[in-house]
Design a protein around this ligand. Structure first.
Ligand SMILES: [Fe+2]
Ligand SMILES: [Fe+2]
Length: 473
């Protein structure tokens, strides 16, 4: 087990003191990160004491420590899972050879691009969510928001560690760039589309943590197969933290649905909005939006980049072990393409379809939570089921971009799409309504906003009415 230095300026299990140059470079980056956090992190709560978990080791039985901490004092550390002895490359052209501890020259640019793209999403999500605390539905939710935020900050650290350690001067410049771009900015936006979409209400936050953080899970699973061993070990530990983010999303949506059912039952017309709740069709529209923008994050359905990443051993499939053929040279995948305005199935070389392989896994995984949500609706006797729209619906990148589809995946005209747009995606009225429910924060311990049910359990065995955030004023 690697030794852990938690008392140093930068907590780590990578023996940072043994490399003075690297240590100095990261200690110079640290105050810039904290400045970024103060400027772009959660607005208005930086002086409060938050009951947070902090990663202190990578041991499966107890890697986290829970206590009150002010967010700017959070101990953002660098943690890699322990190396696997004699690990060999699990896929692609170099299959079976030893994994790399340094980056081979020919893969330097591609790996840098993968790491920067992943790294960019981490601070981006903090920026997207920075105003949400001001309208929190409870202290429990406020704490969960901040937990997600500080851990996305740590994920940024994880990527910056790799950039500083393995990419020399280019890496240091990229690390600075990660603090310079801003979500939604015109001049220096974040790299990926979904991370420039505003996330200004809590229904969006729960959909984001369910669907967009889940894209993160699959990207991390694919990177944790990488032949570049430090990247594999870094992303493996990030996955441990990621699980909680998706839990926040899944249970968040479930609690909204729970409350909606309750309010519908109280209303003579089963009208949740009349009772100050969020109606089911609106929840479906938010789902459609966040699911479709998250699907875009997997990249093009047919992609020579994906083929090169796989061939080079840089980015594999999620849980590559499960597959029998790790070379994937003679296989094809059937994709539904659009030819002359019609849908036709076409076989694509498997390596070129790797993004689609990962997206397929993601879709299956996404469905699991939707099934749980629907079980709750059925238990409550509500005749409504949420559905994932077709993966062709509302896509901004890949082979379906620029063509219009209905949620079932049928090709339609632009006029048809526009005529139904407000049934399928949140309308400006929906957004205004959802926001109107969330104009004030709920700070009283144990209290919930009217539109959401309380959680089943508190955090780390604490009761729901525990004071998860101690306000400074
Ligand atoms: Fe993350
Ligand atoms: Fe996350």
């Amino acid at each position: 087990m690697s030794s852990i230095a938690t008392n140093e300026k930068i907590p780590n299990n990578v023996d940072l003191t043994s490399d003075k140059r690297l240590q100095r470079a990261l200690e110079e980056w640290q105050p810039r990160f904290v400045d970024w956090w103060k400027e772009m992190g959660p607005e208005g709560f930086q002086e409060d004491q938050i009951y947070l978990r902090t990663a202190v080791s990578v041991s499966p039985d107890g890697w986290a420590h829970f206590d009150y901490v002010k967010m700017p004092d959070y101990r953002w550390g660098i943690f890699l899972t322990d190396p696997i002895k004699d690990r060999t490359i699990g896929f692609g052209d170099h299959y079976g050879k030893p994994v790399w501890q340094q980056i081979p020259g020919e893969h330097r640019n591609a790996l840098r691009r993968l790491i920067v793209t992943q790294g960019d999403t981490e601070p981006a999500s903090v920026e997207q969510q920075r105003l949400l605390g001001l309208t929190c539905p409870s202290l429990y939710d406020l704490r969960n928001l901040f937990q997600v935020n500080v851990e996305e900050g740590r994920h940024l650290w994880a990527m910056v560690y790799l950039l500083h350690t393995y990419f020399g001067r280019d890496g240091r410049e990229e690390a600075d760039g990660l603090l310079d771009r801003r979500s939604g900015a015109d001049d220096k936006p974040r790299i990926l589309g979904a991370f420039n979409e505003p996330c200004q209400d809590w229904l969006s936050f729960f959909m984001f943590t369910y669907f967009t953080d889940r894209d993160g899970k699959y990207q991390l699973l694919a990177l944790s197969e990488s032949s570049f061993d430090p990247l594999a070990r870094t992303t493996r530990f990030m996955l441990t933290e990621e699980a909680h983010h998706m839990f926040v999303g899944e249970t968040g949506v479930l609690r909204v649905l729970d409350r909606t059912c309750e309010l519908m039952a109280q209303d003579p017309n089963q009208d949740a909005r009349a009772q100050g709740g969020i109606d089911l069709p609106t929840i479906q529209r938010y789902l459609n939006r966040w699911y479709s923008v998250s699907l875009d994050l997997f990249g093009g359905e047919v992609s020579s980049n994906a083929a090169n990443f796989f061939a080079g051993g840089l980015k594999g499939r999620a849980k590559e072990d499960r597959y029998e053929d790790h070379i994937a040279l003679d296989q094809t995948m059937t994709l539904t393409m659009v030819k002359d305005g019609r849908l036709v199935d076409e076989a694509v070389p498997m390596r070129n379809a790797m993004n689609e392989v990962l997206r397929g896994e993601y879709i299956e995984d996404s469905q699991r939570g939707v099934d749980k949500w629907n079980r709750l609706l059925a238990e409550r006797g509500v005749n409504f089921a949420l559905t994932l729209p077709s993966s062709r619906f509302h896509r901004q990148s890949g082979i379906y971009a620029g063509i219009h589809f209905d949620p079932a995946g049928k090709i339609i005209t632009e006029a048809e799409f526009n005529a139904h747009k407000n049934e399928w995606l949140p309308s400006p009225e929906d957004e205004a309504y959802v926001k109107s429910l969330m104009t004030k924060p709920v700070f009283e311990p144990g209290k919930m906003a009217n539109w959401i049910a309380p959680p089943k359990h508190g955090i780390k065995g604490r009761p729901i009415e525990f004071e998860y955030v101690k306000r400074s004023e």
